[in-house]
Design a protein. Structure first.
Length: 356
């Protein structure tokens, strides 16, 4: 029996999933906290993991912009900075969650993001940091498993695009022959639900200053709710169906942005995907799910991910899957094909930051 835990940090929630591999895979722990609560009490994540008996064989922590595969007790200050890219003396809330695990359990890992994987060609990384955070690697691992299981094919035959559509950001990952070959992170994509995605340089210049918090604003919901972003994806769907022109404008821009990002990956990577997988909160809203199935089916059949009957976010389920593979469980071949262990370098390699 192998028991592993995956943890996903989202814009609104932290999800914690435990998977047990015995004669089948089943969830043995599912817990969700608001991200705001975890920021105030980062130790709650460790407390929840320690509540599981027996002690898990491995844990994969949220790792933001990523670093090489590292056990928590070996992680350096430079790695913690690159995971969060937060300037200043105070550690980020994510760093405090990670530090809480130091010395508490064996086999607790932080992971690389898409950009650090050796299967992503170097030219695709130029001046790009956010090509998909570490949780997108985990969700992509789940997508690979889903395709293998449903189509009954081998890992070398896999070809897919993952579209993760969260409550704030959209992100996309291209997979060919069991390997991640490209990705578009939430701050590089087109319009997100709350986040603006990539920003026009002229718009950034007019803003005079641009902070991390600005990246979380300006998305479809800000167009819908008079620029305060207080609406939800479900409300945007409802307003669009009821005929609100403002909501329909936002929804059309949101959907078309997804088409652009998926199409861009398919074209640039010369993919012939067997599946387009959609995940994240927005994929569970019927209005958007139906529109996405129709819009993306031009590339490949569209479907959702296998989650082993878990109701938690796909990123957390995928993280538990990766943890299983790291300790030689059922999913070890997926982890091997992804070359997670071979990831190296800095998230800032090949990035031009201008003159000091």
């Amino acid at each position: 029996m192998v028991t592993t835990i995956g943890i996903d940090q989202g814009s609104l929630t932290y999800d914690i999933v435990g998977l047990e591999q015995n004669d089948r895979i089943r969830p043995v722990l599912e817990k969700s906290f608001t991200t705001r609560f975890v920021k105030e009490r980062p130790g709650i994540v460790l407390e929840t993991v320690l509540s599981l008996t027996p002690t898990p064989d491995a844990v994969v922590l949220p790792s933001g912009f990523g670093t090489r595969l590292t056990k928590v007790e070996e992680i350096s200050k430079d790695q913690l900075f690159e995971i969060s890219l937060k300037k200043g003396q105070e550690p980020s809330s994510l760093a405090r969650v990670i530090e809480a695990f130091r010395g508490k359990l064996p086999n607790v890992y932080v992971l690389p993001s898409v950009r650090l994987l050796p299967t992503v060609p170097r030219h695709r990384r130029l001046n790009r940091i956010d090509m998909g955070t570490s949780d997108k690697v985990c969700t992509a691992a789940l997508a690979i498993y889903t395709q293998v299981a449903r189509r009954r094919i081998g890992l070398p035959e896999t070809s897919l695009v993952l579209a993760e559509l969260g409550s704030s950001f959209n992100a996309f990952v291209a997979v060919e022959a069991g390997r991640i070959v490209d990705g578009i992170g939430g701050t590089n994509s087109w319009l997100g639900m709350r986040a603006r995605g990539s920003i026009d340089g002229e718009v950034a210049a007019l803003m005079s200053s641009f902070s991390k918090s600005d990246a979380y604003e300006g998305g479809a919901l800000f167009t819908t709710s008079l620029e305060n972003g207080d609406a939800s994806p479900e409300e945007l769907a409802s307003y669009s169906e009821s005929g609100s022109m403002r909501a329909q404008l936002a929804s059309d821009a949101f959907i078309e942005g997804i088409i652009r990002d998926v199409g861009g990956l398919v074209s640039a990577c010369k993919l012939k995907p067997k599946d387009i997988f959609i995940s994240g909160r927005v994929s569970r809203v019927q209005y958007f799910r139906e529109r996405l199935h129709k819009a993306l089916s031009a590339y490949a059949p569209v479907s959702e991910l296998e989650t082993f009957s878990s109701t938690a976010k796909e990123g957390a389920v995928g993280a538990a899957l990766v943890a299983n593979g790291l300790v030689g469980g059922k999913f070890k071949d997926i982890v091997s094909m992804l070359q997670i262990r071979e990831a190296n370098g800095s998230i800032l390699d090949d990035v031009y930051l201008g003159h000091p």
